[in-house]
Design a protein around this ligand. Structure first.
Ligand code: GAP
Length: 550
């Protein structure tokens, strides 16, 4: 019976086989930063390549894809990481892209206010008669940190561990509705000796600041981009003027983004440096609802086609109070990662209907919603735009209908690291398979979609003699010449070599044996079905190429 993935096992496999390492590990690591190892870099490149190919290079602008309102064009872009600071003022990131956080005066640790979770505890034998205390957990949920909570509660209320059941009263798991003023004073932070060490929550902008040039004055401050999206908006006119595209069309970009996350966690899921795969789709306002529906469904299907199972993948529409400042409708593609509590999901991609917010903001100045809900330029004390836009005309002129309008935007915004992690989690399986002697052996297997697998094929001579290695090497080189990532391995028993490949997700193994030398055939083994078929050796490269094309 296959065993489901656990986060610990996936993290351990990533380290053991060179998928993901902690950044700067030899110096103790750097929280929120990760390095992709030799296999991880291939896996993530394949995820990005699949996205780019499906969105851009294989797109046919002359046909109407199933479910789309019309045919459309797609182009790519690769913008600088540092953009003009005004971009972030008009986009809203400068004013609004923040989390509320609290600092512990004693331990010097910093917490996101909405993540201060714990257990409400009273010590019935507390000699000081203290009121309830929120024992804050270091774990992701109050439930997971229960034992730690009990130990720290005993210490705080001066109760022996064996008396915990009679001496402590646990009233509520979680800290729903924690009020900044009163209840924050009752929180006991991990590592602190007393309650009341947390500062009132304050805003913390998530953008990484940097300085341009040698002088380093206030006017030289800039930001590492917190999203790739703005590059597409500020280049809207450049693309229109240089490419033969008409609305509707999309501009796609993938690349690094940086967010100074207060609590990076869950492996690569919430990092401070990560890669996004974003597309801004410009359409006529009257058609924007239909396009929103199209992209929401199409992006969900993309993950299914690459192997995520529908029982762990969902498309969730945001409630009105969850929408970002720019959004008039958003749906998230979410995956039930192993670190999620039962029934909970983590976001893979947001598909947002952004209306005309972005193009208008970059034309007119930062927009806010007025009392009627309409977007209007936010004014400063002097009555002028608080953050002036570029003043450039980003209105679209349709030379066929003679209509002028600001296009609406649908934005499918995905994370390459989160997608990579989800594919890894879905692929991870443990099972028992018989070895060469028929003895059951436990195996870890990554059932990655062949498009995503770092290596597509391994060539394995059965023994290291009788011309088998030479024939194997010839085949290996043929794969390389055909552009198919291949691996040659002649060390250890064949069963062990199969298991090495299964563990890193190689879909096929080619074995060269004694018969290969006499009749020029080899065996082709499938990672998932374990089926082995014999093929003429001169057909095997074409066979793998066919299978990769699906
Ligand atoms: N332009 C819209 C935008 O950036 P977002 O929901 O903030 O929207 C889009 O980000 C995607 O980027 C997320 O769905 C997620 O996959 C990825 N992402 C965001 N923050 C991340 C982080 N700290 N670490 C890893 N991936 C992240």
């Amino acid at each position: 019976m296959p065993t489901a993935a656990s986060m610990e096992k996936i993290v351990a496999l990533c380290k053991r086989r060179g998928f993901v390492f902690q950044s700067s590990e030899i110096y103790g690591g750097l929280n929120g930063f990760w390095d992709y190892g030799p296999l991880g870099v291939e896996l993530k490149r394949n995820v990005k390549e699949a996205w780019w190919r499906d969105m851009i290079t294989s797109h046919d602008e002359f046909s109407v894809p199933a479910g789309a309102p019309s045919a459309f064009s797609m182009v790519g872009l690769d913008c600088s990481l540092i953009m003009h600071p005004q971009v972030w003022k008009c986009s809203g990131h400068y004013d609004l892209f923040h989390d509320m956080m609290s600092d512990c005066r004693e331990t010097k640790r910093r917490f996101r206010f909405d993540q201060i979770r714990g257990r409400w505890v009273k010590g019935t034998r507390d000699p000081k008669g203290r009121p309830r205390v929120y024992i804050m957990t270091d774990a992701d949920t109050p439930e997971a940190g229960l034992e730690d909570t009990v130990v720290r509660a005993c210490k705080f209320f001066d109760i022996r561990r064996k008396d915990a059941e009679t001496g402590l009263v646990f009233e509520t798991p979680g800290m729903v509705g924690l009020s900044p003023r009163d209840e924050l004073a009752l929180v006991l932070v991990p590592g602190a000796g007393e309650t009341g060490t947390l500062t009132p929550p304050r805003e913390f902008n998530l953008m990484f600041k940097t300085t341009i040039g040698a002088l380093g004055g206030a006017e030289d401050a800039a930001f590492l981009r917190p999203e790739t999206a703005q590059g597409m908006f500020v280049n809207f006119k450049n693309v229109l003027d240089t490419q033969r595209v008409r609305v509707p069309f999309g501009i796609a970009q993938m690349g690094k983004s940086f967010r100074n996350e207060i609590t990076p966690r869950n492996f690569t899921f919430r990092s401070r440096e990560f890669e996004q795969m974003e597309m801004e789709f410009f359409c006529h306002p009257d058609q924007s609802r239909a396009w929103y529906q199209y992209w929401r469904d199409r992006r969900y299907q993309w993950y299914l086609a690459l192997g995520l199972k529908s029982e762990r993948l969902r498309l969730r529409d945001h409630a009105a109070d969850e929408l970002s400042h720019y959004s008039v409708g958003t749906a998230d593609v979410e995956y039930a990662f192993p670190f999620c509590e039962p029934g909970e999901f983590g976001e893979l991609e947001g598909v947002a209907h952004r209306g005309d917010f972005d193009l208008r903001s970059h034309m007119e100045g930062k927009l806010v919603r007025d009392a009627s809900g309409a977007l209007a330029v936010e004014l400063g004390e002097n009555g002028k735009p608080r953050h002036p836009g570029s003043g450039k005309d980003l209105v679209y002129f349709d030379d066929q209908s003679r209509e002028r309008y600001v296009p609406h935007v649908i934005e499918p915004a995905a994370g390459a690291d989160r997608a990579t992690l989800a594919f890894l989690c879905e692929a991870y399986h443990e099972d028992q398979q018989p070895d060469e002697k028929g003895e059951p052996q436990s195996r870890v297997v990554l059932k990655l979609h062949p498009r995503l697998a770092p290596l597509k094929v391994a060539v394995l001579p059965l023994v290291k003699k009788d011309g088998m290695p030479e024939l194997g090497l010839e085949l290996f080189r043929e794969f390389k010449r055909a552009g198919i990532p291949a691996y040659f391995d002649q060390q250890a028993a064949i069963g062990k070599r199969y298991r090495r490949q299964d563990e890193i997700g190689t879909p096929w193994c080619i074995t060269v044996d004694g018969q290969s030398l006499s009749d020029q055939t080899v065996t082709l083994r499938d990672r998932d079905s374990l089926e082995q078929v014999r093929l003429p050796r001169d057909r095997v490269v074409a066979e793998i190429a066919d299978r990769l094309r699906g």
